[in-house]
Every structure is written in structure tokens, then in C-alpha cells.
Design a protein around this ligand. Structure first.
Ligand SMILES: [Zn+2]
Length: 234
């Protein structure tokens, strides 16, 4: 009697608070699985900026097969940006979120360094009800998010089913999106918002003077005319 073993199995893949099941084959290349996952999540970001990470923060090698990488049935993989650097719909938030954002950017930046925070909320809603201040390096010229911290955040988002709704960072003087800001957002799905606050956020806590961009489906950024095109404040 012969038994045909079912070789395909499912792994769990998590991106920005949503976890999806993907069927893989042992001899399939990890790169093919990665490309499938990127399609599945409808991402616009250049695939070379994204990789699979295990829960301990180690990267899954992309050069070999699923079998060679040691992937197991039901294993949870974090689909995560390799690095975050920087300098859709209307989000709903309270004015308190804006003032807390300014306070965080100011306290960390002290009028001399760039800082970034993320607005978070339940993954399937447009509500922002939290602010996350990342562990990051900082200088007058930019910031870079800590790699281990990013892994922890991605796991937390998956566990709590929350998403990053917008990234907000400060600039020394003028608010605009630099080339680095364009290329290294923390989330790269159409509709994602990036907000840049001028003068190290030392001014009035308002979005009136901010640069606000929204990621388009081709991965480019569209500058919005005013914050009212991006958020509803209550
Ligand atoms: Zn900071």
C-alpha cells in the first residue's frame, strides 16, 4: 500500500498587524514565497526592501529552498522591512494625539535632532488611538530605527491586531519629504500617510504647517494640500 504524502504545508505570514496563511512546498525557493507574500498583501514597496524574519529577529535566508531554510508547518514569519530610514482613507483621531506627538518629537529631539513616531490603531479601522516612539539613532540629519526594536514592534502588531496608520517625523527647518523619506517608509501600502513636522516640532502643536504625503499604488508619494485631506480631528 502506498501513501502519497501531502508535501505542501502552510506558514503564517504577518505584515503590519494582519496575519495570512500561505501554502508552500519544500522545494520552492524562499524568494518565490516572498514574492507571493508581497503580492498577497498588495504591497507597492520594492521587494528587495522586504524580508522574512523569525520571531527571534533572525532573517530567513532567501537564496535556498523552503526546506533548506528549515521552515515548518504553521511557523509564523514576520514580513518586515529590512530597515526603516527616513528622514487611503481619512484617519480619525483626537487632537490629543497631535499634542502627544509634538511632545514626543520635542522631548526626544530637544530642538536639535530629528525624531519619528508612529500612529497606531486597530488593524481594520481608520481610528488612531496610540502613539509609538521607536528606539532610533538620531542626528540633525536624520534617524534610523533599531533593528531589534522593529522585530518586537512587528510581533506586537500581529499579536494585538493593530496597524501603523501613519509615520510622523521632524525636520530641522522646512517640512518636506527627502529622498530617504521617500524610499524607506515603515509601511509601503497605498494610502499610507507620512507627515513631516518643521522646526523640530518646537512650534504650536498643529498639523497646519506639516508636509503630508500619501503613498500611491505605484509607490510614489502624493503631497496632500492640507491635513484635512488626510485626517479628521475630533
Ligand atoms: Zn525620538
Amino acid at each position: 500500500m502506498s501513501v502519497t504524502a501531502e508535501k505542501k504545508f502552510a506558514v503564517e505570514i504577518s505584515y503590519n498587524g494582519i496575519t495570512k496563511s500561505l501554502r508552500v512546498e519544500p522545494e520552492e525557493s524562499v524568494m518565490a514565497v516572498l514574492q507571493g507574500a508581497i503580492r498577497e498583501f498588495g504591497m507597492t514597496q520594492n521587494p528587495h526592501l522586504l524580508s522574512f524574519f523569525r520571531q527571534d529577529g533572525s532573517g530567513v535566508p532567501e537564496t535556498g529552498s523552503v526546506e533548506a531554510a528549515g521552515l515548518r508547518p504553521c511557523e509564523l514569519l514576520l514580513l518586515r522591512p529590512n530597515a526603516v530610514k527616513g528622514g487611503g482613507s481619512l484617519l480619525r483621531l483626537s487632537a490629543e494625539i497631535v499634542s502627544k506627538t509634538f511632545l514626543a518629537l520635542r522631548t526626544c529631539g530637544r530642538g536639535e535632532c530629528e525624531c519619528a513616531v508612529y500612529w497606531t490603531g486597530p488593524a481594520t479601522s481608520e481610528f488612531v488611538d496610540g502613539i509609538v516612539h521607536p528606539l532610533h539613532s538620531r542626528s540633525l540629519f536624520g534617524y534610523e530605527i533599531n533593528n531589534q526594536w522593529l522585530t518586537r514592534l512587528w510581533k506586537d502588531l500581529a499579536t494585538t491586531q493593530r496597524s501603523i496608520k501613519a509615520q510622523i517625523h521632524s525636520h530641522p527647518s522646512e517640512a518636506f519629504h527627502s529622498r530617504t523619506d521617500d524610499q524607506w517608509p515603515i509601511v509601503s501600502q497605498a494610502g499610507f500617510l507620512s507627515i513631516v513636522i518643521p522646526e523640530f516640532a518646537m512650534g504650536e502643536p498643529t498639523l497646519m504647517d506639516a508636509w503630508i504625503g500619501q503613498m500611491q499604488s505605484d509607490g510614489s508619494w502624493l503631497q496632500l494640500h492640507s491635513y484635512q485631506d488626510a485626517v479628521i480631528l475630533s
